[in-house]
Design a protein around this ligand. Structure first.
Ligand code: 6R9
Length: 647
């Protein structure tokens, strides 16, 4: 498998601005002389005061600073310095028959300033957290940049999350302002956004929200609370279309984004202004080898970090034109992506393996009916890509002639850390290949000892990073101790990614997936503990244990084992209620694929649930169950195998 090498396609090699030799040299320089390397890069951004200090960080204790004496504004970098007539966003609706929108940088700047002025008028101050709960429409970008303009910290909550999830995040972020829309549209259905916000605010007394700004999108009827709620389209015409950007220190917070981990509630990962923006800008331009005028399409939702970095901050700070799509890959048909690429002549297409698997099922026919000749570069993100999906992407979408950049990164890393450079790096299907400039990955064993790889050998272990980079998250909002505990304590003084990996004989990196209790469902992170606590919130549930199993489309699916309180019988109605409970507590993406009601869970004599056994049964692979003699009651396992759902 490791010898399945695809050389850089000829056209990409001929046009590249970075050859393999240059990559190696720059990479070596970035590690040997980080100060010198970053000094050359800071000029990518417009600073009100240029930084003189580069990286200044420690991971024991954890204190991370980059460009600390620099002053800038992220929205000014994304808007004011771009050509006002250039197109910033081409928006494609969920419904293929609906008109698309083209928004120039000048228009985006004017709208952003208006919304920034609206936020100020509603009482938002520098440093305040503003929660954004929006569909995939340009106003979501306007909302983010309006916050950045006045120095407010945005916290975007994915539009698929529930009222409970919104309330939890509002409370954790101590956020008193919300920007939302009446409704969103997905796959021909409407998504009630404002109504979900109302529900979050009504049911949670701990949440105190002063103002809700509502964008009219579908025109659907929503309730407006007279003192609290404001229509954007009513305020907008009265507001000035200029707004002086706040001077922000490089280390002032830019945004919080909640992400799931192995324990407890989602963490508010905090990114700051200068380092994050520089990292988003540099990785965008380099990894996608972006050329002015090209149309870049990242299919992620702005509710995830991929949308933050590669729909908003990376591309817009580089003056790129982005395609923003409200819909889904498989509606009305699985040709929707290909139809959009043909319609708008997309040059760079960046999506998730799960989306490819969902549309691949219909074979080569649908893409074959569309002209995909505008494409120059393909990319993937979110989970390891299986070789079948990679080969299909390469052969059918790329006609065997396009580079594929498999970008490995995380919410916490701000942008890509391991990826090919399209005109330089020979590809291997399923490998994210080589580290980006400034990134020093390593593998450690269980004790945290760095595993050295002899020339021509392979190594595998847990993936850590040995030194800081500008795009690294600085803390968990309101809980720096948790930040330290989660990322820097497992292997003291090293950043632990939560992923396992292998480095092959050529030095290529292969990410094998999470080694903690995080499930990657369709490229979205879900904590098993979160799903378990959602299930036990139901009055009839005594105990729940949640594990992952391999899923053809989603990558991983959610398998939940549930024990019921004494005297409760299982029924279809109860199973429906349990699913509804999870949807209510978290959102649709967390609903288990399999709900296995069982009289007992396998436990050690000291009462620990043996997840290894539950995983095996969920994977429908229980031949090599390993030692079960330490179980308090080994007969439980027989019953679980008997009743297994994923056959
Ligand atoms: C950007 C994003 C992060 C987790 C990460 C890993 C998985 C992301 C990957 C990949 C293999 C890739 N992951 N990209 N695994 N190859 N190219 O997805 O952030 O939502 O925080 O998820 O996703 O397991 O640890 P996030």
């Amino acid at each position: 498998m490791t010898d399945n090498i695809f050389p850089v396609p000829a056209a990409a090699a001929a046009a590249t601005r970075t050859t393999m030799a240059q990559y190696r040299e720059r990479y070596a320089q970035s590690l040997a002389d980080p100060d010198g390397f970053w000094r050359e890069q800071v000029g990518r951004l417009d600073w009100l005061r240029a930084p003189t200090r580069m990286g200044d960080w420690s991971w024991d204790p954890v204190r991370i600073r980059w460009f600390e004496d620099g002053v800038l504004n992220a929205s000014a970098n994304c808007l004011d310095r771009q050509h006002p007539a250039a197109i910033a966003i081409i928006w494609e609706a969920d419904d293929p028959a609906a008109a698309s929108r083209r928004i120039s940088y000048g228009e985006l700047l004017a709208d952003t300033c208006r919304m920034a002025n609206a936020l100020v008028a509603l009482g938002v101050d520098k440093g305040d957290r503003v929660t954004i709960y929006m569909p995939m429409i340009p106003e979501a970008v306007v909302a983010m940049l309006a916050c950045a303009r006045i120095g407010a910290v945005h916290s975007v909550v994915f539009g698929g999350f529930s009222a409970e999830a919104i309330a939890g995040r509002l409370q954790d972020a101590d956020s008193h302002f919300i920007i939302t829309a009446d409704e969103g549209r997905r796959a021909g259905k409407t998504v009630p956004l404002k109504a979900t916000v109302d529900e979050a605010l009504e049911k949670h007394e701990g949440v105190r929200v002063e103002a809700v700004l509502v964008v009219r999108h579908t025109g659907g009827k929503v309730a407006m609370h007279p003192e609290r709620d404001h229509w954007w389209h009513e305020l907008k015409p009265q507001l000035p279309e200029t707004c002086t950007p706040q001077a922000m220190s490089a280390e002032d917070p830019l945004f919080i984004l909640y992400t799931s981990g192995s324990t407890g509630k989602p963490k508010g990962v905090l990114h700051t202004t200068g380092g994050y923006l520089l990292w988003a800008n540099l990785t965008f331009e380099t990894v996608f080898d972006y050329r002015p005028g090209e149309l870049f399409w990242c299919t992620a939702d702005v509710g995830w970090v991929t949308g933050h970095s590669y729909i908003v901050y990376g591309p817009l700070s580089a003056g790129a034109t982005v395609l923003m799509f409200e819909g889904v890959p498989s509606w009305p048909t699985t040709a929707r992506f290909w139809q959009v690429i043909e319609k708008h002549k997309v040059e760079i297409f960046y999506t998730a393996p799960t989306a490819l698997r969902a549309v691949m099922r219909d074979g080569d026919g649908p893409p074959g009916e569309h002209d995909l000749s505008s494409l120059r570069l393909l990319g993937t993100v979110g989970e390891p890509i299986n070789p079948e999906a990679w080969n299909w992407y390469h052969r059918v979408i790329g006609k065997g002639a396009l580079p594929i950049v498999d970008t490995w990164w995380q919410t916490e890393t701000g942008g890509t850390l391991i990826s090919p450079l399209p005109g330089a790096t020979p590809m291997k299907p399923g490998s994210a290949t080589l580290p980006f400039y400034g990134i020093e990955p390593a593998l450690v064993d269980a004790e945290g000892i760095v595993l050295d790889r002899a020339e021509g050998e392979e190594t595998s272990g847990n993936l850590v990073v040995l030194r800081s980079w500008p795009g690294q998250a600085r803390t968990v909002f309101g809980d720096h101790e948790r930040f330290t505990q989660t990322y820097f304590t497992t292997y003291r003084g090293k950043y632990f990614t939560g992923d396992g990996a292998r480095q092959d004989k050529d030095g290529y990196w292969w990410i094998t997936g999470r080694v903690d209790d995080v499930i990657n469902v369709s490229g979205h992170r879900m904590g098993t503990a979160e799903v378990e606590s959602a299930l036990v919130a139901h009055k009839d549930v005594a105990e729940a244990a949640v594990v992952a199993f391999p899923h053809d489309i989603k990558g991983q699916g959610i398998y939940a084992y549930v024990t019921l309180n004494a005297g409760i019988e299982t029924s279809d109605a109860l199973l429906t209620e349990l699913r509804a409970t999870v949807r209510h507590e978290i959102g649709g993406i967390a609903v288990p694929d399999h709900l296995h009601v069982t009289p007992g869970l396998p436990k050690t004599r000291s009462g620990k649930i043996m997840r290894r056994i539950l995983r095996k049964i969920a994977e429908n692979d229980f031949a090599a169950m390993g030692d079960i003699s330490t179980l308090a009651d080994p007969s439980v396992v027989e019953a679980l195998i008997e009743g297994r759902l994923n056959r």
